[in-house]
Structure formats: C-alpha cells, structure tokens
Design a protein around this ligand. Structure first.
Ligand code: SAM
Ligand code: SF4
Length: 494
C-alpha cells in the first residue's frame, strides 16, 4: 500500500453514513422523482398564484408544487413568476449582492470525475499545491489590491490538501492584514469548497473559523453519478457525499451550501432533488441550505464529457432553473459564478441570485503571479466573465444594487437556524442593510476608481435615506458607525 492508497482507505467512515439511512435507503428516490415530474399537469392561474403566495410567505414548496411550476408556459403567468421571484429576493435579501473570490489552493486530486480538468488521469494538468507563503501572497492581492473580504477556498481531494493543510491555509489567510488608502484590508470570512469530511474533521473546520461549507452533489441521479465517478475512487461513494451536510450540521457548522453541476443530467430531475435535499435538512437537522450554487458545466482540459454531455443546459433553461429554485427554497442564498457571462449574471440577479464572485481567477497562484490568467493547464475550466470587482460594483450600482462586503453573520451568531428564522421573517434584511452600507462605504473609500465611487455613493445615499425613514430609532447609532468608517476605522458591524 502506498501512503496515498493508505490515506484513501481510511477516509470514508461507514457508520457516519449508515446512521442517516432509512432502512438502507437514502432520501433521493429516483423513480419517485420521475413519477412526480411525469404526473404533474400544467397548473391553471389560480393554482400558480396559490403556490406563489407560499413562496412570498417564505415557505419551502412541496416537490409536487415545483413540478407544477416547471410546466407553466403561459407568458403572463411566467411574468408573474418572475415578479414573485424578484419580490421574494427583495423581501429576504433586499437589493444586496454579496461578492467573494474563489481561491484555488491546489489541483492534486485522487478522483477521476469525468467532467473535471483536475481529474487524476488528466496527465496534461500542471499539478501544484500552494505553500503558506504563496497563500499569503494570494491573500495580499485579494484583500489589499482588489478589496475582497470573503473568499471561497477550493481544494482538490488529496493527502497533500487534507484537513491539516486546510486548517493551516485558513489560519494563514486570516492572519493577513494589508494597509489600504484609508485603513486596512483583510479576509473576514473563509468559505470552503472541499471534498466530504468526517464529523471529527468538520468540527475542527468549524473551530478554525469556517464560514460556509460547500459540497455539490454534482448529480443526484444515482446511475449517472456512478457513471461519472469511476468505481474505486473516493468520490464514487454517493452516500458519503449526499450526507456531507448532515455531518456538517451535526458538527455544528450552521451554514452549509449545496449545489448541482448543471449539464450532467436532466435539470428537471436535479432541481427536484435539490428541493428534496433542502427539505431533508430542514426536517432532520432543523436548518436548510444557507446557499444553493448554480455551477453550469464548462469545457475542461481533456474532458470529453464536459464538451459533449447530452444534458447541456441552454441559457433559457438555466434562467428557468434559477427562477424555480428562488421560488421553491425562498430563504436560501443563491450563488452564480464567473463561469457565466456578464449578461447572464445580470439576468440571473434579476431572478433572485444573491451572491457572485468578481475579479475571478481560478489558476493556482493566479492572483499574485503575472501572466497566468485563463491558462488552461493550471485551471479547472474556462471562465465566462473576467471583469474586475471594481467593474462589477459599478455595474451593480448602475442597476440599483448595493454590493455587500458584510461578513458579520457567523461572527455575531447570525447563522443556521437563527438566520433562517430572521430571513423568513424579513428581519435579517434590517441588520444586513446596515452592515452592507458600512462595508460598502469602507470598500468605496479604499478601493473604488472615481467612476465606481461616484456610482456607488449614489446608491449609498438612497440607502441612507431608506434607513433613516424605516429605522428612525436605530439610525443615530448606525450613523455614528458610518462616520467612524469614513474616518478610517475598519471592520465595524452591528
Ligand atoms: N474536489 C472537491 C469536490 O469535488 O467536491 C471540491 C473542489 S471542485 C474543484 C469544485 C466544484 O467544481 C465541483 O464540485 C464541481 O461542481 C465543479 N466543476 C468540476 N468540473 C467542472 C466543469 N467542467 N465546469 C464547471 N464546474 C466544474
Ligand atoms: Fe477532483 Fe473535485 Fe475535480 Fe472531481 S471535481 S476531479 S473531486 S477536484
């Protein structure tokens, strides 16, 4: 046995799967989902409106309701659905867009996922793991030059990037503080996208200051999952992955992120399964997904499947998917990434997306090393939108959105069940609006170009008026905080 095979052999803890199974079965019943999709009929206007009223009351839809909404074709009703989706987003998240940057830590991987450029048998990939010094330099670029406050750290599954490495990399990132024009910049929330872990490892991750833990099921369809994740690899264990979030919540990680890699299987099945996952987490652990991500498959080096999948999702269907999930799981944060084009990201925000990345580079070491953008041998797939954070902030501001750099949530206990209750009642928006304004002012002062600053300050003024009008008691304290930020104090939150 090599050290690598020995590492692989001890990864999966079967007892941390079995405890969640129901008489040996998981909660995704492929046949039942297809039956539900097939037996649904196109709903009449009254039925659509009853379902939308539920979404607007921030209640999770039942699978049969989602199956019905999928069939709506009447243009008038589709417009009502879009209006409702936007209203749900406004009620729960207001006009805030949260931004982050992905930080790829390494591309060694023991798995062989058919669609991924990091797969083990892709011998053309240039393999590399960042050293702590390199991570420090990447963080300095992200927090000091661009102004990011939150990142998603992405890891391949490999002994070189196991739990000890993940924890050390998080400590390194949190330790970096860079002087800026008027204050300092630092990363205040690290979300992690990494392979499924055991409860013991997840507990350590939580103690290391984790924000959200993300694992995408890729496809919930058992047969397709088995086809794309070759037998004998760690990732071929569907259940180990499916229950990753059960374990995370048990380990006390309150914010968990789920997702599907759209393009692997029929999207209608996948969104039903996403909803079943949310319902299962709510029912068994009391907390639904903090976020749902919408990665859509992109071409990847030496991946035929990524190029020729029969299930590729068209732009129109992709927008429909976003609309339907916003209505079906109304409280959840929704993430679209720079895989998509600028126009798709704009459209998606109008349908209920709440988070997106900016100034994105996904080559290992790309933020701090010159000339390494879009280099196919070092990155997992190709990007659709490489605009800078400054450009994105301006674009959003011109659309009337405020870019929030708030990272208060997990640091002041507004996570998990607590945040879900706040989101459902519409109260989270109150705190978040204040913190969004404080952090937006901070970013505009430290990082914005003159044109972006001007556009940003216009939105900020409107926000201030709204806060003054809707929260007269809270306004004076909030305004004191804002003045302190304007004078150069950093990382203030309410
Ligand atoms: N190795 C870990 C895992 O697989 O869970 C985490 C890192 S992996 C790089 C992060 C995500 O990238 C995967 O969950 C998958 O959804 C996505 N991905 C893989 N290949 C892709 C492709 N060709 N296009 C778009 N996204 C892809
Ligand atoms: Fe490895 Fe994740 Fe890529 Fe699969 S998707 S090959 S597990 S990095």
């Amino acid at each position: 046995m090599t050290p690598e095979t020995a590492w692989i052999a001890q990864r999966i803890k079967q007892d941390q799967i079995n405890r969640y199974l129901d008489r040996g079965r998981d909660f995704i019943d492929d046949n039942a989902i297809w039956d539900e999709i097939k037996k649904a009929a196109e709903p009449d206007a009254a039925t659509v409106r009853t379902i939308l009223a539920k979404s607007l009351a921030v209640q999770t839809l039942a699978p049969e309701e989602l199956a019905q909404l999928m069939l709506v074709r009447d243009p008038g009703l589709l417009e009502e659905m879009k209006a409702a989706a936007f209203a749900v987003k406004k009620k729960v998240y207001d006009n805030r867009i949260v931004t982050f940057a992905p930080l790829y830590m390494g591309n060694f991987c023991v798995n062989n996922c058919a669609y991924c450029g990091f797969k083990r048998e892709n011998t053309e990939a240039k393999r590399r793991v960042l050293s702590m010094e390199e991570i420090r330099r990447e963080t300095e670029s992200l927090a000091g030059k661009i102004g990011h406050k939150r990142i998603i750290a992405v890891y391949g599954e490999h002994p070189l990037t196991g739990i000890d490495y993940i924890l050390e990399s998080m400590r390194t990132i949190y330790d970096v503080k860079v002087l800026t024009k008027h204050g300092y910049g630092n990363i205040r929330r690290i979300n992690v996208n990494a392979a499924p872990m055991s409860i013991e490892e997840l507990t350590r991750l939580k103690d290391g200051g984790l924000g959200t833990y993300q694992v995408f099921q890729e496809t919930y369809h058992h047969e397709t999952y088995a086809k794309l994740h070759p037998k004998g690899t760690l990732k071929s264990d569907y259940h180990w992955r499916l229950y990753a979030m059960h374990r995370a919540l048990e380990a006390g990680i309150d914010d968990v992120g789920i997702g599907v890699l759209f393009g692997l299987y029929d999207w209608r099945f996948e969104i039903m399964a996403l909803l079943y996952h949310a319902i299962e987490l709510e029912a068994k652990l009391g907390i639904g997904p903090h976020t749902v991500s919408f990665p859509r498959m992109e071409p990847a080096l030496n991946s035929d499947y990524a190029e020729h999948s029969p299930y590729k999702v068209s732009d129109e269907d992709f927008k429909k998917i976003i609309l339907l999930i916003r209505l079906a799981i109304p409280y959840t944060g929704m993430i679209i990434t720079a895989r998509e084009t600028a126009q798709m990201r704009r459209d998606a925000i109008g349908l209920g997306i709440t988070q997106t990345d900016a100034s994105t580079k996904i080559g290992i070491g790309s933020y701090s090393e010159e000339g390494s953008e879009q280099e196919s041998k070092r990155q997992q797939f190709m990007l659709g939108d490489t605009r800078s954070l400054d450009e994105l902030v301006k674009d959003f501001a011109d659309m009337g959105h405020i870019t929030s750099f708030c990272t208060a949530g997990y640091r002041c206990g507004r996570t998990g069940k607590c945040i879900m209750d706040l989101l459902r009642s519409g109260k989270e928006g109150k705190f978040c609006k204040l913190n969004a304004v404080l952090t937006f002012q901070e970013w505009l002062d430290d990082f914005a170009t003159p044109a972006t600053r001007e556009a940003g300050l216009r939105v900020l003024e409107k926000e201030l008026e709204e806060i003054r009008a809707t929260n007269p008691q809270g306004f004076p304290v909030f305004f004191q905080f804002l003045e302190r930020v304007r004078k150069g104090e950093r990382d203030l939150f309410l």
